[in-house]
Design a protein around this ligand. Structure first.
Ligand code: ADP
Ligand code: MG
Length: 474
């Protein structure tokens, strides 16, 4: 990939000046995060980490990622409605993974009772890296699709302005004018607003289900503001609040403190540590309600790594999206090699291959949020230990994607300014709304580019590894 800023990268005085401008611009634009020391107060805030320079992204791959997003929306929605597929696909996983099993049990219970919810809202983010083939041609390869609590749609709406300023300071006004506008928070809010409207109660509110520790609140506030601007009331509650004050009426309408809730937007609930017994009960209450859950529990399950791996089996996409051969081809083109570790010959064989050549693979448990995957020597050791035990079915194997690194500066509060070799991950936000059987909205809502130093195999912005970036199309 071309390195568009090679001429300024080593010009230290220019970089120093640009970095101090960049940090102030980030604060002015609202690229903000609360601090680790005071995660639940806004008295002292800081800028969210970001790259000094926008990173080069091949425009053909960028367009390809946008073009496949509506297909992915349809796919996730189809999986969420396919009880047999979820049951069959997750059967081995739920035997060994307690978290997935608990989610699955709630799903089954809600299905048996009969769904009270008739409007469905999906907000997802499909993440990709640019795999560098043997001939050096980059290809778009999906890392995963996040179907719950996909974050940074808010803050990323504000990074293009920051990078535009940096480029101007560095004497690159023409390049600055080529940065694309991007506003996922608006697209996300339009989906939430549509679901709220179809729910059909003017006085009902939208509830953001938020974490106990709320460092990333400004990202969420961006979406929240868009809703207030449309005169839709937003409340922020934790599982604990739902346990204490949530209730259902005879028609399974959800009430919080006497206020009817039309839409529950989860920014929490995707990792085991989000739950104690009370929180599980709160989750069940929400899922049983008629409120539009974003996502409902079936859609959360559709985003598991096990489902991702099963999708790559020949014939699966065709069965899930009948009559949509072009969508299937677009989706499949983004898949890297994915392999089941279920007990049996197929799993034995791939386990042996990965133990012999660990650098070709990533070993992934059924977890979200970054920092869980295993690579290299660690992958080999773990897989060797569990290769003959059913425990291995709680993981999947994936081909390791190898992007071409580029030099950049990662700006973090209290960190020295130094150049790093970096790789980037592109996410596209998808939003859809379905009423009964009818899709009433299906959109790509914007993008997120995150960049990290190559020495970190895993982890996102919230995990403190990747930083926010802006694509510069080449
Ligand atoms: P999580 O749900 O924890 O975010 P991901 O599948 O997104 O799990 O993996 C976390 C990070 O690990 C990604 O952001 C990416 O940097 C890295 N990663 C994941 N899969 C691969 C892969 N196949 N090849 C290279 N890096 C990967
Ligand atoms: Mg991820």
């Amino acid at each position: 990939m071309a390195a568009p800023w090679a001429d300024v990268l080593r010009n230290e005085p220019a970089i120093q000046e640009a970095a101090s401008v960049a940090v102030d611009a980030a604060l002015l634009e609202g690229v903000l995060m609360r601090t680790a020391g005071e995660p639940n107060a806004s008295d002292v805030v800081n800028y969210a980490p970001f790259t000094l320079l926008p990173s080069a992204v091949p425009s053909a791959l960028f367009e390809q990622a946008y073009a496949v997003q509506q297909d992915f929306n349809l796919l996730v929605d189809a999986i969420s409605q396919n009880k047999e597929f979820l049951e069959h696909t997750l059967a081995s996983t739920i035997k060994v993974d307690d978290f997935t099993a608990r989610l699955f049990r709630i799903h089954m219970q809600v299905m048996e009772e009969g769904l009270a919810q008739s409007v469905f809202l999906g907000i997802n983010r499909s993440d990709y890296m640019f795999d560098c083939g043997v001939d050096g041609t980059p290809a778009l390869k999906q890392i995963e699709i996040n179907t719950i609590a996909a974050s940074f749609g808010g803050l990323t709406s504000r990074t293009a302005a920051v990078h535009g300023r940096v480029l101007k300071v560095l004497g690159k006004s023409k390049e600055a004018s080529h940065l694309l506008p991007n506003n996922p928070s608006k697209g996300l809010a339009l989906g939430i607003a549509k679901a709220w409207e179809l729910y059909g109660s003017q006085s009902a509110v939208v509830m953001f289900l938020v974490e106990e520790i709320q460092r990333n609140i400004f990202d969420q506030r961006c979406v929240e503001n868009e809703l207030w601007n449309r005169n839709i009331r937003v409340i922020r509650k934790r599982f604990r609040d739902v346990f204490e004050k949530g209730s259902l009426d005879d028609a399974k309408r959800l009430y919080m403190d006497g206020q009817e809730v039309a839409v529950v937007y989860y920014r929490e609930g995707y990792v085991p540590t989000n739950y104690d017994q009370q929180n599980w009960e709160a989750r069940l209450l929400l899922e049983r309600s008629r409120a539009v859950k974003c996502p409902d529990i079936a859609t959360q399950l559709a985003g598991t790594k096990k489902v991702q791996q099963e999708l790559s089996r020949p014939g699966t996409l065709e069965r899930l999206l009948p009559g949509r051969a072009e969508a299937v081809a677009r989706i499949r083109a983004t898949f890297a090699g994915l392999y089941s570790l279920d007990m049996g010959e197929e799993g034995d064989k791939i386990a042996a291959t990965a133990i012999a050549d660990p650098d070709r693979f990533v070993l992934k448990p059924q977890r979200e949020g970054g920092g869980n995957n295993l690579y290299g020597e660690e992958l080999r050791q773990v897989l060797e230990k569990i290769r003959d035990s059913p425990e291995r079915t709680s993981y999947i194997l994936m081909d390791k994607i190898k992007p071409q690194p580029a030099m950049n500066y990662l700006l973090r509060a209290h960190s020295p300014l130094q150049v790093s070799e970096c790789i980037s991950e592109l996410g596209i936000f998808g939003v859809y709304v379905r009423q009964g059987k009818e899709m009433v909205m299906n959109e790509a809502a914007g993008h997120l580019l995150r960049t990290k130093a190559i020495e970190h195999a895993d982890g996102g912005v919230a995990a403190g590894v990747a930083v926010l970036d802006t694509p510069y199309l080449v």
